[in-house]
Design a protein around this ligand. Structure first.
Ligand SMILES: O=C(O)c1ccccc1NCC(=O)[C@H](O)[C@H](O)COP(=O)(O)O
Length: 214
């Protein structure tokens, strides 16, 4: 199973992992890859950013193996997620919201990287649901709404990404405030709701890479 790199130790400065989410166009996927993103996300759930599994497969096919391709779900059944994940050919699935531990267990045999995502009230231990990565997000995913990132500093453990209202201008400060292992963004790299912007994608990755976390 593909696994992302280990998080840095307590006193180790490490390269921040960067995921760009909600991509719908080949040019924006290429921009994310070119900028040096570690992961790209395709939303396969109810959203203005939704793509079909077939479209996700087309987009994922152009992504080199060192970049993780992620299908994002929220509330679908394990059967539906299995079907759509396999149809899209991604290497990771992200379960957003109130999915129970059993849903992760039901997907484990697919051999994909499992990502659990939720607001700061969820269990903040990465691996608590047998997932490989954790995203700590705003209450409304994909809304672009900032929240009190510093409030979670020191609380999540393992490979965890900060998300929710990040953009090229604030991501370095958010990293300094929360000290995450990685960051995830969607709205903050768009020029209009649901419309990605190649320039902002590049700026976001550069700003996140310019920050260090320990
Ligand atoms: O992006 C969406 O539209 C979405 C809809 C439903 C569930 C999850 C969704 N996105 C998940 C993500 O990983 C986003 O990148 C994350 O919520 C951050 O979004 P934003 O605040 O817009 O940067």
């Amino acid at each position: 199973m593909p696994r992302p790199p280990e998080p840095g130790g307590a006193a180790t400065l490490h390269r921040v992992y960067v995921k760009i989410c909600g991509l719908r166009e080949p040019g924006h996927v290429a921009a994310a890859v070119e900028a040096g993103a570690d992961a790209v996300g395709f939303v396969l759930t109810r959203s203005s950013r939704r793509v079909t599994p077939e479209r996700a497969r087309e987009l994922a096919a152009a992504v080199p193996p060192h970049v993780l391709t992620v299908a994002v779900f929220a509330g679908e059944s394990p059967e539906q997620m299995r079907e759509d994940a396999l149809a899209s050919g991604v290497r990771a699935v992200q379960l957003h919201g109130d999915h129970p531990h059993e849903d992760f267990t039901a997907l484990r045999d697919l051999g994909l990287t499992l990502v659990r995502a939720g607001a700061a009230g969820v269990d903040l231990r990465c691996g608590a649901f047998d997932e490989d990565l954790l995203i700590v997000d705003a209450p409304r995913p994909g809304s672009g709404e900032p929240w009190d990132w510093a409030a979670v500093r020191g609380r999540p453990s393992g490979r965890w990404m900060l998300a929710g209202g990040l953009d090229p201008a604030n991501v370095a400060g958010a990293i300094a405030a929360a000290r995450p292992w990685g960051v995830d963004v969607s709205s903050g790299v768009e020029s209009a709701p649901g419309v990605k912007d190649a320039g902002r994608i590049g700026e976001f990755v550069a700003a996140a890479r310019g920050a260090a976390t320990g």
